[in-house]
Design a protein around this ligand. Sequence first.
Ligand code: SF4
Length: 407
Amino acid sequence: MVTLEKIACLALGSSLDSLGAPLKAASCETSSETGREICHDNLSRLAALGMGTKYDVCASPHSSAIPGVCHSFTPDGRCISLFKTLYTNSCSHQCNYCINASGCRCKPEAFSYTPEELARLSLSLYKSNYVEGLFLSSAAGRDEDVIMEKMIEVVQLLRGKYQFKGYIHLKILPGASKGHIEEAMALSDRVSVNLEASSPSRMGEMSPSKDYSQDILQRQRYIRDLSRKIDLPAGQTTQLVVGGSDESDEEIFRRVVYEYEEMEVRRAYYSAFNPLKGTPFETRARQPLWREHRLYQIDWLYRVYHFKPEDICLAFDEGGFLFNSDPKIAIARGTLDGPLDLNSAGYRDLIKVPGIGPRSARRILKLRKSKKIGKKDLHCMGVRLRKASPFLIINSQRDATLDMWSL
Ligand code: SF4
């Protein structure tokens, strides 16, 4: 299993031209006597820059315990491991929830790579079969244009000098120029801009130094428009902090629908707010992981089941929040007039039944052509009967022991 120590040793063994220039001078020297120290410094940097990506989500749920490695999915659905790191953790922005923000009382020591060493380290990890690609994000440094340029240089080195064929997900920094975005897209499989908040006013509460319309939405539009001429196999994605301000789940969902429809994002990712010591938001309540999980569920119902947004909105309470229960149950209660006849209901109604998904609904329709379906057939198809049967009439019989509306 890949560990931080192994990554650090690879960093050491990859014959770096330079051991990098941490923004705050670290004691890296190249003599063999200081090898242990170098390894220690590399380890600190890998840990700091790996941990710094904790809230850059590229898969759901958070999929690796090792700072520096995450899992993601390729366009063909393959799960791959990625070396996930910040280029630098130094930042001039003032996001009130972030430990790397300018002005944070407990800022970690600032680290950075050089493009050459990060390219070589990524290549070493790839060639050693520890990872199948790179997810490169970054804080903004003193000037985000400069950092964006460095990140692109990493990818240029990988694709050009080192003929790297692995997967690359490159984060686009807020306010990046159109030219930089075009270069990044030409070299990457996927790019993403962090939306973070559901609206300009929520962004104002969370990250007052960012301009929601210009720094974020305009950059997403550039990516959408450039995608017409540049092949970006895994498309653009985005992510939101859940509960960073007092926004409701409905606000988040409506913004995400806009992102899918207007910005043509391939996926939205959610990251439950977690207060960090030393940040202006340190006393705010930690958000339960189930909130993130329920948002992923309605996202799935929208993207994969193609439920209408107005039907999904039936899962919200009066304040616009989701309950900690399967949102499909509330949607079924709100949209079905009563239990469905398993042997005559249409596809669009069948997939509303809790426990029945698009695949099992298609199987039901297919099998119905040759026979009447019973509970045993549903069981064989993998339908979760306990959830589904209160919403169904099966061979003229309703499951009278369960109340369909009180599940
Ligand atoms: S832009 Fe905001 S969230 Fe990102 S590193 Fe800087 S302060 Fe943190």
